[in-house]
Design a protein around this ligand. Sequence first.
Ligand code: G3P
Ligand code: CA
Length: 239
Amino acid sequence: MSKPAIFAHRGASGEFPENTMMAFEEAKRIGVAGIELDVQLTKDEQLVIIHDERVDRTTDGTGFVKDFTLADITALDAGSWFSPNFAGERLTTLNTVFAWMKEEGNHLRLNIELKNDQIRYLGLEEKVLALIKEYDLEERIIISSFNPFSLQRVRMLNASIEIGYLIFGMPDNALWIAQEIEANAIHCQAEYALSAFGEAAMQAGFPLRIYTVNDEAEYKQLVAAGVEVIMTDFPDRFQ
Ligand code: G3P
Ligand code: CA
């Protein structure tokens, strides 16, 4: 049985401040196959990498991402909340990550989660797809979202890009929705991958990519179940 690919969840976020270049660099150093990150739009419509809709938890600022300009949001300290050792680390942009992925020796895959299940960022799908085209990175990208309408829009705009339907728990009709939006894979939690649902999804032709696995026993069960990707905050545990 082939081993699943390891993706660093928000970068190596167990050891470094999540969704920062520092966390992504560490993931690359460890030798992961890919990185997962979260994208939102700033007030001036720039693609910024951050998980929460508000900046409060992971920076020294307060307020919604959508109300900051890129200049203002990248002036925040995105490292101190995690450890004083990382004081002064800044948020980054999808452009910067793409430029980094094009550097020599960087062969990472990237799972871009569109963080649009709570807030509708108009034009987010178009902007991300345009940037992928600009950097010629389509072969290395997976787009996911908890919002199936957004993924349907991605598919409408691009017939070939890889789409992962991201589910929390096991929503009704998940397989039906995955088929309807022409997803290539399902991104789910371990519990559901290891249930009859996981079996049915794989039989229906959807590889499973699992978030967020930090436990070794769980990892082994998922390997035995034949999942395709493991997303973890601690890639050094499994790499
Ligand atoms: O993409 C998988 C996982 O990151 C989804 O949940 O809340 O960690 O973004 P969350
Ligand atoms: Ca995510």
